[in-house]
Design a protein around this ligand. Structure first.
Ligand code: 5GP
Length: 207
């Protein structure tokens, strides 16, 4: 058996798709994982905490981090900067963990380009656009304009679902969690190209 190496699980999908609830539901069953906390310039929402939901920084600080090459990927989403810091991700991968990202479609592409051989990507969505609208309105943490922005973005993002390995339709939360649990467990079995190449070389040497 090849020793456990670190792997990546990218989760994308509209706000209101239930990504956080799904992660909470499966978190006890997927072994050692690190949930990547992004850095953002967007203002903190009610109920959010620094270092828990995001690292909240100014635009100047963010740009400094870009210039210092401190991000694995970064993007502008809804007019604000979002980025994944490289250092903690490197550490978690070296520790053999499942590194989970909640990032947008641009971030998924960037991760695929840099870490494609160890990455599994999942697009999570409510069953229909009207169900998404309903959930966002029921949640009522955002203004009407923000909700409209999220819906517009969801319509754009859903067009890029084919860029993902898996599509999880979150209609029944228990069923969606069970599918995501299986995907996360399978994601663990991905082997980096260099490890595969080493294995193939050694395999040929064995009598
Ligand atoms: P929110 O402001 O609702 O927390 O997130 C807005 C969007 O930004 C979501 O689609 C979320 O997945 C995405 N996002 C959060 N962090 C990052 C990040 O580090 N990189 C990228 N590319 N997208 C992110």
């Amino acid at each position: 058996m090849i020793e456990n190496n670190g792997v990546v699980l990218v989760l994308s999908g509209p706000s209101g798709a239930g990504k956080s609830s799904l992660i909470n539901k499966i978190s006890d069953d997927i072994g050692a994982y690190y949930f990547s906390i992004s850095t953002t310039t967007r203002p903190m929402r009610e109920g959010e905490e620094e270092g828990v939901h995001y690292h909240f920084v100014s635009k100047e600080e963010f740009i400094k981090d870009i210039e210092g090459d401190n991000f694995l990927e970064h993007a502008v989403v809804h007019g604000n900067y979002y980025g994944t810091s490289l250092k903690p991700v490197r550490k978690a991968l070296a520790e053999g963990k499942l590194v989970i990202f909640d990032i947008d479609v641009q971030g998924n592409m960037a991760i695929k380009n840099r870490l494609g051989d160890i990455t599994t990507s999942v697009f999570i969505t409510p069953p229909t656009l009207s169900e998404l609208e309903k959930r966002l309105l029921d949640r009522s943490t955002d203004s009407k304009e923000v909700i409209e922005g999220r819906i517009k973005m969801a319509k754009r993002e859903i067009q890029r679902t084919a860029e993902y390995d898996f599509l999880v339709i979150n209609d029944d939360i228990d069923l969606a969690a069970s599918v995501l649990r299986q995907i996360a467990k399978t994601a663990r079995l991905k082997i980096p190209h260099d490890v595969i190449n080493d294995f193939v070389q050694r395999w040929e040497d064995v009598d």
